[in-house]
Design a protein around this ligand. Structure first.
Ligand code: FAD
Ligand code: NAD
Length: 468
């Protein structure tokens, strides 16, 4: 791209699951699209340093744990030998295959992929700093899809050698002997699961009284129990301060009810205390795009900002910061720009923490219902009563269904158990379709599968579950 101003119908800033989904949809609807991102191919945080590399490593962790658990079933394997270089190569190969594939898909759709960083000069013009030198694009519409970045903690700077964000943790440059994970949320617990399986001695500290704050306690309990048995320590209501750099790692003071201001040394510290929207440094001050006090860009149901030519989607606009939410918002924004009537108004956005066991939920949670004083009927099915769960040697699970007492409509579903992440989509469909508990209960589910737990939890709403 040269120094002269070029014109495009639609420019999308950021090539993550929001940005590339928007670009592909817009191109499919006949728009002339440019997609700007600094990476070699589309993919964003999710593919390069988020969902995909973490799930590749979690798959390996699952294999290691299953092999260990197999001794209780009469099959013993030796201690795993971990070739970190080979594992890293395989994980990077998965990422490259997927991002390369997206590059091809962009080409096939005639989406112009511009490698660089974009900044608004005004409400119609972007300046691109890229490999081919600076350029400028005048657009009719733009979509901001710049995602999010990790939040740092005071005293634990993310640019220091011993302190990791999820990016460094996923690089797998080493398997530290002692790893401290600060934050018992999605990233903290997924990465604790990975490094524990790979052989690190893992300590988790969480500031609130429970892991995965906000998630229903009965869903978190089986996970907390298994983590407690496997990790070196889990400290709740605990914070970290006074980090000092050591040659081989860092020393920190832990403040909490069961640590008594102890000083402890760790080889690496993973800080996973949340992410913030990437809305700074985009030149938004040269436009009328409004940014809220929490850094999220303000948008309406069609994902249009307060500057009519500019839309925004994904992590940069709201919680939950999840790839599938960004993807759907991207498609809605593209449709609206192409002239279709579309709105982003999901009844349920499924969430999955891919730990062992996994925790998954969508729609209304029990905690939310309690906070809102909303009456619900709840059907529960413990996986200890599931034939399928027992055949896998893992019955530490629960499926529950929350329904409206008057209409019997399904309002929310929660699950915990190995593989729960693969089951929650049925619940999302039920909620979106306005299904009643009876609809799920009367749908024949294949036997023996874990999917039957959703059917039986729905039967339990009427006190008629066969196996409990
Ligand atoms: P992003 O994926 O963040 O992409 C934004 C892109 O914009 C980036 O490539 C960035 O470089 C680019 N960009 C930023 N500024 C500019 C600029 N000025 N010009 C041009 N380009 C720019 N979600 C799930 O649903 N499931 C999971 O299993 C999951 N696992 C995760 C694991 C980890 C470790 C992390 C960190 C996140 C995970 N997430 C997961 C969250 C998921 O990655 C995000 O919700 C998702 O990537 C958001 O998509 P997005 O399109 O909004 O932005
Ligand atoms: P998070 O919000 O999930 O968890 C952060 C945790 O850190 C919370 O439990 C919080 O109470 C705790 N915390 C905050 N300050 C602390 C402190 N000073 N000391 C100790 N604990 C502290 O954030 P995350 O784990 O960084 O992940 C960011 C986001 O990325 C997630 O919210 C999610 O949207 C997305 N993500 C999704 C997946 C998935 O879908 N499987 C996986 C990883 C990340």
């Amino acid at each position: 791209m040269g120094a002269q101003v070029e014109r495009r119908e639609l420019v999308i800033i950021g090539g993550g699951p929001g940005g590339y989904a928007a670009a592909f949809m817009a191109a499919d609807l006949g728009l002339q699209v440019a997609l700007v991102d600094p990476e070699a191919n589309p993919g964003g945080v999710c593919l390069y340093r988020g969902c995909i590399p973490s799930k590749a490593l979690l798959h390996v962790a699952e294999l290691i744990e299953q092999a260990k658990d197999a001794s209780a079933l009469g099959v013993s394997f030796g201690e795993p030998e971990i070739d970190a270089a080979k594992l890293r190569e395989w994980k990077d190969g998965v990422v490259n295959k997927l991002t390369g594939g997206l590059g091809h898909l962009a080409e096939r759709r005639d989406v112009e992929y511009v490698r660089g960083r974009a900044q608004f000069e005004d409400h119609r013009t972007l300046r691109i700093e890229g490999a081919d030198g600076p350029g400028r694009i005048e657009f009719r519409h733009a979509i901001i899809a710049t995602g999010s970045e990790p939040t740092a903690l005071p005293g634990l700077p993310l640019d220091s050698h011993a302190i990791w964000s999820s990016k460094e943790a996923l690089e797998l440059s080493e398997v530290p002997e002692r790893l401290l994970v600060v934050g018992g949320g999605y990233i903290g617990l997924e990465m604790a699961t990975v490094y524990n399986a790979l052989g690190s001695e893992v300590t988790v500290v969480e500031a609130t009284p429970g892991l995965l704050p906000g998630v229903d306690r009965d869903l978190v309990e089986p996970l907390a129990k298994r983590l407690k048995a496997r990790l070196h320590a889990v400290h709740l209501e605990t914070k970290v301060s006074d980090a000092s750099q050591l040659e081989q790692g860092a020393e920190v003071v832990l403040h909490g009810p069961d640590v008594d201001d102890e000083k402890e040394g760790f080889d690496r510290i993973l800080v996973a205390v949340g992410r913030r929207p990437r809305s700074v440094g985009l030149g938004l001050e040269h436009t009328r795009v409004e940014v809220g006090p929490d850094g999220f860009i303000v948008v309406d149901e069609s994902r249009q900002t307060t500057e009519p030519a500019i839309f925004a989607i994904g992590d940069v606009v709201s919680q939950p910061m999840l790839a599938h939410k960004a993807h759907h918002e991207g498609r809605v924004a593209a449709e609206v720009i192409a002239g279709r009537k579309a709105r982003f108004e999901p009844r349920a956005i499924p969430a999955v923490v891919f730990t062992d066991p996994a925790v998954a939920w969508c729609g209304l949670t029990e905690a939310q219902a309690q906070d809102e004083g909303r009456e619900v009927e709840i059907g529960r099915f413990p996986w200890s009563a599931s034939g399928r769960a027992l055949t896998t040697g893992r019955s530490d699970g629960l499926t529950k269904v929350l329904v409206d007492p008057d209409s019997q409509r399904v309002l929310g579903v929660g699950m915990v158990g190995p593989g729960a992440g693969e089951l929650i989509a049925e619940a999302a469909l039920a909620i979106e379709m306005g299904a009643r508990a009876e609809d799920i209960a009367l749908t024949i589910h294949p036997h023996p599968t874990l999917s039957e737990t959703l059917m039986e939890a729905s039967e339990d709403v009427f006190g008629e579950a066969t196996h409990i």
